[in-house]
Design a protein around this ligand. Sequence first.
Ligand SMILES: *Cc1c(COP(=O)(O)O)cnc(C)c1O
Length: 432
Amino acid sequence: MTDTTSPNRKPKAAITAIGDHQLKPSTLMMGAGYDPALSEGSLKPPIFLTSTFAFENAAAGKRHFEGITGKRPGGSEGLVYSRFNGPNQEILEARLSIWDGAEETLCFSSGMTAICVLMLALCSAGDVIVHSGPLYAASEGFVAKTLSRFGVTYIDFPAGADRAELDSVMARAKAQAESQGGKVALIYLESPANPTNALVDVEAVRDARDAALGADCPIAIDNTFLGPLWSRPLDHGADMVVYSLTKYVGGHSDLVAGSVSGAKKWITPIRMLRNTMGGIADPNTAWMLLRSLETVELRMDRAGQNAAKVCEFLAAHPKVEKLGYLGMIDDPRQQDIFDRHCTGAGSTFSVFIKGGEAECFRFLDALTIAKLAVSLGGTETLASHPASMTHLSVPDERKTALGITDNLVRISIGIEDPDDLIADFRQALEGV
Ligand SMILES: *Cc1c(COP(=O)(O)O)cnc(C)c1O
């Protein structure tokens, strides 16, 4: 027989260093986790459209099930059924792990599937989730409206909280968990918060967690806005990193997917629940994400440079009241968190136009390059009006607390020519 695709064989170990020179993630994106010899020499991985995988013999089948049922230590080997995993997803997971320096990664059919499965896997009735606020609205809703039906409660704290505030939040969470007969099961962060752009001090959260709860309570962080390029939260004390891969990683506004990365001990229960529920990214989406990962550094670099130029223009414009951009922080404590945690300011920011909804709508309707849409992190520039769109259902007092005013426009800068973008923003502001 010719050496055709055999998904149950492991690919050749990837080369990650030349002598003592470590290869960078951008290099590893072209080859890690895939061995062409296992796929007829195909330079790129084929898309594996199959629901199941053939065992080489009966004994191999038995070995597999001994592994997954725990009758044999070491866990399962190889692929068996596509609800659990497939070659495209495994290559994707290997490459995503590289960016965050994670031991393991799981990919999901959406960012929200990743977040929901993570929370369900780690929390039981009586437990408490401590989370930063605000979160992505669907994440906040899942905690407050869905998990609460299963006896999981939460305590939230403002994203910019300092160590003293964090210590008091941990103490309250511990007391709440004890009164419910549970534990503090998860600390869940999102940084920067949307649309406030407040950064979470992950190192301070880790220290407060260690002091109050010990390391048994994992810290997960949604790194969608700055990852994988501009922030590596596992280096600052987070145990798991969550992504909506729909955004910068996918990067072309043509797919929906998510992931969770971290140490094997945290990932294993999440993997078991994903195996049960499904929710893994499909092979075609995983393949598209492999293509996206080859250019993620180029795209994010360019988008970040474009955003810096556009923000410099906007900050000086008489019709702009102020900007919420991580490259122009005015609070020294936030600047300190930025300096310790971030290597770039990203390309998603808030611009406060002088006036209110009418002025913002005139501005948005006059834009010609930027498209009017929610989402972020794509090759094209997008603009939206949170108060009347994504955050329309947020109660007024909470909107005020979060700084979601009628004159706030959210912008995600793409990889177009920066001078063209500035020309577009200039003419749109003139019409305000
Ligand atoms: C988009 C987004 C999500 C949800 O991801 P989906 O892929 O749309 O399910 C979660 N968190 C943040 C910060 C996001 O921007």
